[in-house]
Design a binder for this molecule. Structure first.
Ligand code: SF4
Length: 379
C-alpha cells in the first residue's frame, strides 16, 4: 500500500461533506493509473504557458517552447497547444499589466498546513496584488470536460495555501478579494472558456474548515467510502466494495418499476438518483472495459473475446470513383459543397477561441438544471 495522499487536485472527491473521505486510502491500495497521452500533453501545454508568463514578467529563467519543439516528456508542441497556452498566459499577463504587479508565481509549490499538516500542492499561477488587496489564482485546464469554477474545492484548497503563504490573517481576509479563474480553452461552457468566481477571502472560511475536517478524516485511513458522481474520477472504482455495491443497487433501482404517484420533490429526487446511476454505471463500465482489455492481452477472460465494434462505413475509393459509380447506377452521389462543422474545424486545428467567436450555440433539448450554487457562496 502506498502512502495516503490528499492532493488538492482530488479535493472534489475527499473535500466536501458529501464526498468520499475513504477514497485516498482506497486509492493508495491500487496501482497508480498510467500517465496517459492527454495528461502528458497537458503538462507540456502548461510548460509553454509558464514560459510565456515568466517572459512577460521579465523573468527569462524559462524559454517559451515553440511549435514543433519537443518538451522533455516527449510531447511535440502543436499549434493547438500553443494557442491554448496563449489564451491562459494572456489572461494572466493582462491582469499583471492592469495591476502593475509583475510577480506571478507560476507552478508554485505550497504547503497547506491550514488544511492538513504535510499537505502541499502546486498552483498553476497566482498573483497577489497587496496594494489593492486582491489575490488571484488560476487553474489552467487542458481537458475537454468542462469544469465549474464556483464552489470548486481544488481552488478553495489552493486559496487556503495562498492565504497562509501571504500571511493573510483573520482581519486581512475580511478586506481581501479572492479571484479564482479556470481557463479551459478546449471545452465548451455556457460561461465561456475563462470562468471566474470572486469572493471575499473570509467567505471561504467555512469551506476551508470543511476541507480541514475532511482531510483529517481522509488521512486517518479509517473513513468510510461514500459513493457519488465523484466515483467517476476515482482510480479505485473497479475494486471499491462501496462502488460495486452501489452499482448493483443502482442497477436494481433503474430496473424497479415505480407506479406510485410522486410529488414534485420526489420526482426531482428520483431524477437525481437516475442521473447518478447513469454516471456511476458509466464510470464502472469504463474501468471494467479497461480491465477486460488488459486481461485479454494476458490470456483472456473465460467466455469473452475481444473484437472491434462496428465502426462507420466509408467509401474505399476516391471521390471520382464514387461519382462514376453514381453515373452507372443513375444516382447522384455527390453532396453539395459544405463547410466543416465547428467541432470538425476544432479537430482540424482551428483555435478554440476563434471557433467560439464565430460560432453560435443552438440550445439543445430542454432538460432540468440544478439551481446555481453561486448565491449560496456569494451570500
Ligand atoms: S470508487 Fe467512489 S466510493 Fe469508492 S473509494 Fe472511490 S470515490 Fe470512494
Amino acid at each position: 500500500m502506498r502512502k495516503i495522499s490528499i492532493a488538492p487536485s482530488s479535493a472534489g472527491v475527499w473535500g466536501p461533506n458529501d464526498g468520499c473521505q475513504g477514497a485516498p486510502a482506497m486509492r493508495a491500495k491500487v496501482p497508480r493509473e498510467p500517465f496517459g497521452q492527454a495528461a502528458a500533453e497537458g503538462t507540456a501545454a502548461h510548460a509553454v504557458a509558464e514560459g510565456m508568463i515568466l517572459e512577460a514578467a521579465g523573468n527569462y529563467s524559462r524559454r517559451t517552447l515553440g511549435i514543433g519543439e519537443v518538451y522533455k516528456n516527449g510531447v511535440v508542441i502543436t499549434r493547438e497547444m500553443h494557442d491554448s497556452a496563449r489564451i491562459y498566459a494572456d489572461d494572466v499577463i493582462g491582469e499583471m499589466r492592469k495591476r502593475s504587479v509583475f510577480t506571478p508565481v507560476v507552478e508554485g509549490k505550497h504547503n497547506i498546513t491550514r488544511v492538513h499538516p504535510g499537505q502541499w500542492g502546486y498552483t498553476d499561477c497566482d498573483l497577489y496584488d497587496k496594494k489593492h488587496r486582491s489575490l488571484i489564482v488560476w487553474d489552467y485546464k487542458n481537458g475537454r470536460t468542462p469544469v465549474e469554477v464556483v464552489g470548486n474545492w481544488q481552488l478553495i484548497n489552493y486559496v487556503a495555501a495562498l492565504l497562509e503563504k501571504y500571511e493573510i490573517d483573520g482581519l486581512e481576509d475580511q478586506r481581501t478579494t479572492v479571484i479564482m479563474r479556470i481557463v479551459q480553452p478546449n471545452a465548451y461552457h455556457r460561461d465561456g472558456i475563462i470562468r471566474e468566481w470572486r469572493v471575499m477571502a473570509c467567505d471561504l472560511r467555512p469551506q476551508i474548515n470543511i476541507l480541514a475536517k475532511n482531510a483529517a478524516a481522509a488521512m486517518s485511513g479509517t473513513a468510510p467510502c461514500r459513493t457519488g458522481t465523484h466515483c467517476k474520477w476515482c482510480s479505485a472504482r473497479t475494486v471499491c466494495p462501496a462502488a460495486m455495491a452501489a452499482g448493483t443497487a443502482l442497477l436494481e433501482m433503474v430496473g424497479d418499476p415505480n407506479p406510485m404517484e410522486l410529488t414534485p420533490t420526489q420526482v426531482a429526487a428520483q431524477y437525481e438518483l437516475a442521473l447518478r446511476a447513469k454516471e456511476h454505471i458509466a464510470g464502472l463500465l469504463t474501468g471494467y472495459t479497461q480491465q477486460m482489455l488488459a486481461l485479454a492481452k494476458d490470456g483472456g477472460v473465460p467466455g469473452w473475446s475481444v473484437a472491434h465494434g462496428r465502426g462507420s462505413v466509408g467509401w474505399a475509393i476516391p471521390a471520382e470513383g464514387v461519382q462514376q459509380l453514381g453515373t452507372i447506377a443513375g444516382v447522384d452521389l455527390l453532396k453539395p459543397a459544405a463547410v466543416l462543422t465547428p467541432k470538425q474545424a476544432e479537430e482540424a486545428g482551428v483555435p478554440a477561441n476563434l471557433i467560439e467567436m464565430y460560432s453560435k450555440v443552438t440550445p439543445g433539448k430542454l432538460c432540468p438544471q440544478k439551481v446555481d450554487t453561486k448565491e449560496l457562496f456569494n451570500g
